[in-house]
Design a protein around this ligand. Structure first.
Ligand code: PEP
Ligand code: MG
Length: 583
């Protein structure tokens, strides 16, 4: 039994065998072969090794003419590794005596090779580890062939273990069979965290080397509340976590019941709108069940995982129209695509950038390639004929950017009218406030933008210069930083005083501890992952605006983020006591 601690990002307990994905989505099964299969499997391994050797030899020859001799030497070394007895003898030995599949034998032997080298913690040797991974991947690719990417049909519940989960990997997983997620990298607002929350799946991220420490088939416990991950637990531990898991489910049930009876206002009768953030249109069903007042953020870039790099206008339109059908008249807020940095950069063939979070992501890309924006805007305006729609621009940093996008939007309306295509012109154009320059200059934006949604995930990242996906700085990613809170308050104040709708759609809005302070700042519209809705509804129905303002006032007098967090936690304990909801 081994215990690891990471960053908890989606509560609940999962207990299931591991499905390990490496960075190329290889799925390494723990499967045993029958005695009569040993010869065939040995031949399969030999064939894969021979193919790998042939590939490396071709690469070595092709680089020979264009690169320095040292580069060729790297590939000579790779070939020598493939001839090493550890590979030529130990892998076949495991296939013969332990009856491992060749894939599993390869992953076991490479783990054994790499572990002591990694423990040296030396930069030179870490580079050598990458060489071993390279060879392992080559062997696995040759062994698995097409099967490498077949993740769509899983026949039993699994805990997915990966270095990181790209949106496209997640999109291809059979989600009904995923009991939990654990990853090497990531922070509390990374896309793995957002997706796990959206799917209501327990998840822990930032576990360092978990994807190379665990083998396919190891039994894993994931505690998405404490961040603890236990590999191959003993019986007593397993039982303890089964009870804890049931405790979480009971809490969720009690929260759902409380929410369905709760006021849809604050305790003092102030009207609230609790919207859902969604990644796929299918999530609307869950959002409806949990009482969402509409969709406050549709991350439309996920459409690109379904249809490929260039969805047509018709494909966009069909998704949006279907969303309207499911929403039955409630508002749909579509965000134009937010590619780049952590989202789909490689899938849509973006060039690698030195610093992608500060690079050509999101609206910058849309303005560089306006056809992307035009396609989406046309589809959105057409779909708006079927239900109330708002269109939101991500990552706006300057008024010029907003105006350039507005110009395109107006041109699209003119074109649709000229072409006689059914559409609605009643679509407000708003923006995310997630770049600090926009928050600072909010008084200018209120004249142009028709609504605002504060994206705290990026706002915290850019204000504090803390990568939202990096586990090494996760302890510095603080929503309660006084600098962040001041910006959030300033945006809400400006929007309210100019009568512009404003919501928060970053993960901050969905965490119980931040709800009251946001209410105290004047926020009435929250947009959160659907699974956060019951807790938020219950909590907000138990507090008055006066109490929230008092708490916000006290918090703003403090200048240490952790002191503010403690103050907010106390309030949550008062409003959602553990005697009532358990923990
Ligand atoms: C945000 O940045 O807070 C946000 C909601 O956008 P995303 O998480 O998709 O970047
Ligand atoms: Mg963002």
């Amino acid at each position: 039994m081994e215990i690891k601690n990471g960053i908890p990002v989606s509560p609940g307990v999962a207990i299931a065998p591991a499905l390990v994905l490496d960075s190329e989505s290889f799925r390494i099964p723990r499967r045993f072969i029958r005695k009569d299969e040993v010869d065939t499997e040995l031949k399969r391994f030999e064939l894969a090794r021979a193919k790998a050797l042939g590939e490396i030899s071709d690469i070595r020859d092709s680089v020979h003419s264009v690169a320095k001799e040292e580069v060729g030497l790297i590939f000579d070394a790779h070939m020598r590794m493939l001839e090493d007895p550890l590979i030529t003898r130990e892998i076949p030995e495991k296939i013969k005596t332990k009856r491992y599949t060749p894939e599993y034998a390869v992953s076991r032997v490479f783990k054994k090779i790499v572990k002591p080298i990694k423990e040296l913690n030396d930069a030179y040797f870490i580079q050598r580890v990458n060489d071993f991974y390279d060879i392992q991947k080559r062997l696995l690719r040759n062994l698995l062939g097409q099967r490498a990417h077949d993740l769509t049909e899983l026949d039993r519940k699994v805990v997915v273990v990966a270095h990181d989960l790209t949106p496209s990997q997640t999109a291809t997983l059979d989600k009904k069979m995923v009991a939990g997620f654990i990853t090497d990298v990531g922070g509390a607002t990374s896309h793995t965290a957002i997706l796990a929350n959206a799917l209501g799946i327990p998840a822990v991220v930032g576990l360092g080397t978990i994807s190379s420490d665990i083998s396919g088939g190891d039994v894993v416990i994931v505690d998405g509340k404490s961040g603890r991950v236990i590999v191959n637990p003993d019986d007593a531990t397993r039982e303890k976590y089964e009870v804890r898991g049931q405790g979480y489910l009971d809490r969720e049930k009690r929260m759902f019941e409380a929410a369905s009876k709760a006021l849809r206002t604050t305790k003092c009768g102030e009207k609230l709108n609790l919207f859902a953030n969604i990644e796929w249109d299918d999530e609307i069903e869950l959002a409806n069940r949990l009482g969402a007042d509409g969709v406050g953020l549709f991350r439309t870039e996920f459409i690109y995982s379904k249809f490929g790099a260039h969805p047509t206008e018709e494909q966009h339109y069909e998704v949006y129209r279907r969303a309207h059908t499911m929403l039955e008249g409630r508002t749909l807020t579509l965000r134009t695509m937010d590619f780049g940095a952590d989202k789909f950069a490689s899938e849509v063939g973006l060039e690698r950038e030195e610093n992608p979070f500060l690079g050509c992501r999101s609206i910058r890309l849309s303005l560089r390639e306006p056809h992307l924006l035009i396609t989406q805007m046309r589809a959105a305006l057409r779909a708006a004929a079927h239900g109330p729609t708002k269109l939101m621009l991500p990552m706006i940093g300057s008024i010029e950017e907003f105006r350039a996008a507005r110009q395109i939007f107006e041109n699209v309306k003119t074109d649709l009218k000229r072409e006689g295509i059914e559409h609605s012109t009643e679509v407000p154009l708003g923006m995310m406030v997630e770049v600090p320059s926009a928050a600072v200059m909010i008084d200018s934006f209120v004249k142009d933008a028709e609504f605002f949604s504060i994206g705290t995930n990026d706002l915290v990242q850019y204000t504090l210069a803390v990568d939202r996906n990096n586990q090494y700085v996760a302890n510095l990613f603080k929503h309660t930083s006084p600098a962040v809170l001041r910006l959030v308050k300033q945006v809400i104040d400006a929007a309210v005083s100019h009568n512009r709708p404003v919501s928060v759609c970053g993960e901050m809005a969905g965490e119980a501890r931040f709800a009251v302070i946001l209410l105290g700042f004047g926020l009435r519209d929250f947009s959160v992952g659907p699974t956060a809705l019951p807790e938020l509804r219950t909590l907000l129905s138990r507090v008055t605006v006066a109490e929230a303002c008092e708490l916000a006032g006290k918090a703003m007098e403090l200048d240490v983020a952790d002191d503010i967090a403690d103050l907010l936690d106390e309030e949550v304990k008062r409003l959602l006591p553990s005697e009532e909801f358990g923990e």
